[in-house]
Design a protein around this ligand. Structure first.
Ligand code: PEP
Length: 256
């Protein structure tokens, strides 16, 4: 059975002081991260603080983005090795806000995935359609295209240390949710694309998450779906109590 994964994407929120306040609440939950996986994606400026604040808790952290080059004249960018130096195990890549606002292409995302693996970072790759694409019946086609680019040139070992998040863009930060049926269908599609290229044994190991207005009230229904292994959570991960409640509700009311 695949471990459940709960990932917090704080986006451009939280100073170091606010990050400290967030982790103070975790001392009351020594079971967090045990028997399931918790990953926090803070802004770059809070990564060093997170490293100190998680203490002995089995919580992972990662960058929300990075550039694909090792170093050089790329003003404003952050290199994979810089994330590694701060203890990041993960990096979030291809979030729809990167793709839509900062115009990252499928090829850009693919290059970053390769760079992440080269540096021993586990990429969590986001895919998903816009509302117009869904209404126009192009959701599957879009995700198939994003998956083809993301998987291009990867080895079995690299795919096995990659995770994916299906995030319908219209559900991110809007309070609108994909139905559990639609979310399952799209997460199954993500897994099917992995299976077609790498076989069932590899595809069966890869975590596929749903993201889009996940809250304490709706997490349990998503996690009942066969191909949904966890959630990438934005707004509801900003407050420690709501993030912890999501994990708790997903696990049937208690930390494993
Ligand atoms: C996200 O940031 O990836 C996300 C899913 O945000 P929210 O949970 O706020 O919809």
């Amino acid at each position: 059975m695949r471990e459940k994964v709960f990932a917090a994407n704080w986006k451009m929120n939280k100073t170091v002081a606010e990050t400290e306040a967030f982790f103070q609440e975790f001392v009351n939950y020594p079971g967090v991260g045990r028997g399931h996986q918790v990953i926090v994606f803070p802004p770059f400026t809070a990564l060093a603080a997170v490293r100190g604040l998680v203490g002995g808790l089995p919580i992972h952290w990662g960058g929300q983005n990075m550039y694909s080059k090792d170093n050089g004249a790329f003003t404003g960018e952050v290199a994979p090795g810089m994330l590694k130096e701060l203890g990041c195990a993960f990096v979030l890549l291809g979030h729809s806000e990167r793709r839509e606002i900062f115009k990252e292409s499928d090829a850009d995302v693919r290059e970053k995935i390769g760079a992440a693996h080269k540096h021993g970072l586990k990429p969590m790759v986001c895919v998903g359609e816009t509302l117009d694409e869904r209404k126009g019946g192009q959701a599957r086609e879009k995700v198939v295209r994003q998956m083809a680019a993301a998987l291009d040139g990867l080895t079995d070992t690299q795919v096995a240390s990659t995770s994916f998040a299906y995030e319908p863009i219209w559900a991110i930060g809007t309070g609108l949710n994909a139905s559990t049926g639609d979310a399952q269908e799209m997460c199954a599609l993500v897994r099917e694309r992995i299976e077609m290229k790498f076989g069932g044994a590899v595809a069966g190991k890869v975590p596929v998450l749903y993201g889009g207005s996940v809250k304490p009230e709706n997490i349990a229904d998503y996690l009942k779906q066969a191909d949904i292994d966890g959630a990438l959570i934005g707004g509801a991960s900003l407050k420690a109590d709501s993030f912890l409640q999501i994990i708790k509700n997903a696990l049937g009311g208690k930390f494993a």
